[in-house]
Design a protein around this ligand. Structure first.
Ligand SMILES: C[S@@+](CC[C@H](N)C(=O)[O-])C[C@H]1O[C@@H](n2cnc3c(N)ncnc32)[C@H](O)[C@@H]1O
Length: 309
C-alpha cells in the first residue's frame, strides 16, 4: 500500500511562486489548492512555525495527503475541505483572530486545475486513457453535487454540448463531436470515458485522429472545466481572496489554460487601474526549459502575482 503522503504530482513553478509570495514572519498564508501538498510543504519547510498555514482543497484525499506531509513540519497548519471560492467562509471557520490574532490573511496561492493524482488514480474519469465512470468532479464523492460529466453527455442538448466543448476546450470539431454524442446516446447511455473516446475518435477526420494530441484531449478538458465551474470558482476566489488580504498582502495564481490566465490578467489590470494593487509580475512567469523537460505538464503554466496597496 503506498503511504497516503505519496503523490504522483510534480509541483509546478515551486521556487518562483514561493519566492514571489514574499512571505514574512507572522503571516497567515492560504494555499487554496493543496493538491499533492508540494507548495505548502515548501512553505512549511522554509517558514515553519513563524507563519500560520491554511490549506484548502475540494478533494478529501488531497487534504489527507497534505496533512500527513505538513503536520510533520509544523503544528501551525489548518486544513479545510472546501472550494476556494468559499475562501471567506473558510477564513471565518479558521478563526484567524484565535489562531494568529489576525483579522486578515497575508498571502494566497492558487495553483488551479487538476493534480496528477486526480488524473492518474482518482478513478473519476479525468483521463481518456482509462476506462472509468464519467464523473470528473474534484470532490471525491460526486453524489455531493450530482452534476457530473455524465449529466452533460447524456442529458444536455446538442447545441449546449457543442458550446461547452468549443468554449472551454477550443475544439475545432466541437459540432461534429456533439452530434456524434447525441446519435450514440439514442441507443443507450454513454457511461464511461472509453465509450466517449471511441465516439470522438470515430467522428473526427483521419488527420486529427492520427495527430500529435489525442482527439479527446480538448473535449475532456472542457467537460472538467464545466463540471467544476472552474472559471466561476476562479473569478470568485480571486475577487474575495484579494478583499480578504491585509495591505501589502500578495495573491499568486498559477493557471494552465488561456481562458484562466485571461481572467487573472484582466482582474489584476482592473485592480492596478483602480490603484488597489501593484502587479508584481509585469509579464507572467513561465517555467524554465529545464522544468518543462522534466515535467511536460508544466508547459502551459503561467504565474501572476499582485500585491495589495
Ligand atoms: C494543480 S493541483 C495543486 C498542486 C499543489 N500546488 C502541489 O504542488 O502539490 C490543484 C488542486 O486544486 C484542487 N482544486 C481545483 N479547483 C479547486 C477549487 N475551486 N477549490 C478547491 N480546490 C480546488 C484540486 O482538487 C487539486 O487537488
Amino acid at each position: 500500500m503506498p503511504d497516503i503522503a505519496t503523490t504522483a504530482h510534480k509541483t509546478v513553478l515551486l521556487q518562483e511562486s514561493v519566492d514571489g509570495l514574499a512571505i514574512q514572519k507572522g503571516d497567515v498564508v492560504v494555499d487554496g489548492t493543496l493538491g499533492g501538498g508540494g507548495h505548502s510543504e515548501e512553505i512549511a519547510k522554509r517558514f515553519g512555525t513563524d507563519i500560520t498555514l491554511i490549506g484548502i482543497d475540494m478533494d478529501q484525499k488531497a487534504i489527507e495527503r497534505a496533512r500527513e506531509r505538513i503536520s510533520k513540519i509544523t503544528p501551525h497548519a489548518h486544513f479545510f475541505r472546501d472550494n476556494f471560492r468559499n475562501i471567506r467562509k473558510v477564513l471565518e471557520k479558521a478563526d484567524l483572530k484565535k489562531v494568529n490574532n489576525a483579522r486578515h490573511c497575508n498571502r494566497i496561492l492558487l495553483d488551479i486545475g487538476l493534480s496528477s493524482d486526480q488524473f492518474e488514480v482518482s478513478g473519476r474519469g479525468f483521463s481518456f486513457k482509462r476506462d472509468e465512470p464519467l464523473l470528473m468532479t474534484f470532490a471525491e464523492d460526486p453524489k455531493e453535487h450530482e452534476f457530473t460529466a455524465w449529466t452533460i453527455i447524456n442529458e444536455w442538448a446538442e447545441e449546449s454540448i457543442a458550446d461547452v466543448i468549443y468554449g472551454y476546450g477550443e475544439e475545432q470539431f466541437s459540432r461534429r463531436i456533439a452530434k456524434a454524442i447525441i446519435e450514440a446516446r439514442e441507443f443507450r447511455p454513454i457511461n464511461t470515458t472509453l465509450e466517449l473516446v471511441h465516439i470522438i475518435e470515430a467522428c473526427v477526420p483521419f488527420f486529427y485522429r492520427k495527430g500529435k494530441i489525442n482527439p479527446a484531449t480538448k473535449t475532456f478538458q472542457a467537460l472538467r472545466i464545466a463540471v467544476n465551474d472552474e472559471l466561476g470558482a476562479l473569478k470568485q476566489g480571486i475577487a474575495d481572496g484579494f478583499e480578504l488580504l491585509a495591505p501589502k498582502g500578495r495573491l499568486a495564481v498559477i493557471s494552465f489554460h488561456s481562458l484562466e490566465d485571461r481572467i487573472v490578467k484582466q482582474f489584476f489590470k482592473k485592480l492596478k487601474d483602480e490603484e488597489k494593487g501593484i502587479v508584481i509580475t509585469k509579464k507572467a512567469i513561465v517555467p524554465t526549459d529545464e522544468e518543462t523537460k522534466s515535467n511536460p505538464r508544466a508547459r502551459s503554466a503561467k504565474l501572476r502575482i499582485i500585491e495589495k496597496i
